[in-house]
Design a protein around this ligand. Structure first.
Ligand code: HEC
Length: 115
């Protein structure tokens, strides 16, 4: 019984490790993205380009997958994501999400009272 639980936990742990992506590979793969989003992904070249540094990796991965599939429509980003594999998206998302950035979440209470 104990062994079975241990095996299940190890399987779960290794599936998390696989889903983690490779930040070092992501740094190389995202070099092209820096042209617009900024080398630190925190200083985009124009105001209509979003800050990405420090964003949740699963948010980034979802956004990139949605541009690629067409679920989220933007001509620039659909072109940028077209050549990316699922692994590229994981690696890039883990890298950019790990960078120090200006993005912050607003506590729900403060958000509600300001509206
Ligand atoms: C030519 C300029 C340009 C390049 C190059 C570019 N982006 Fe973008 N990116 C944009 C613009 C503009 C938007 C806003 C699109 C929209 O309104 O949905 C955007 C949006 C995004 C978003 C959504 C952010 C959010 O808050 O929802 C992500 C993630 C992203 N880009 C990642 C990347 C990655 C990764 C690459 C490289 C593979 C890349 N971008 C290359 C211009 C660019």
């Amino acid at each position: 019984m104990k062994t079975r639980l241990l095996v299940a936990l190890l399987a779960l742990a290794s599936s998390f490790a696989q889903a983690g992506g490779d930040a070092r590979a992501g740094a190389e793969k995202s070099a092209v993205c820096a042209a617009c989003h900024g080398a630190d992904f925190n200083t985009p070249v124009s105001a209509d380009i979003p800050l990405l540094a420090g964003q949740y990796p699963d948010y980034l991965a979802r956004a990139l997958a949605d541009y690629k599939s067409g679920a989220r429509k933007n001509p620039i980003m659909s072109g940028q994501t077209e050549p990316l594999s699922a692994k590229d998206i994981e690696d890039i998302s883990v890298y950019i999400g790990g960078l120090p950035g200006k993005l912050k979440s607003i506590p729900l209470q403060r958000f509600l009272s300001s509206n």
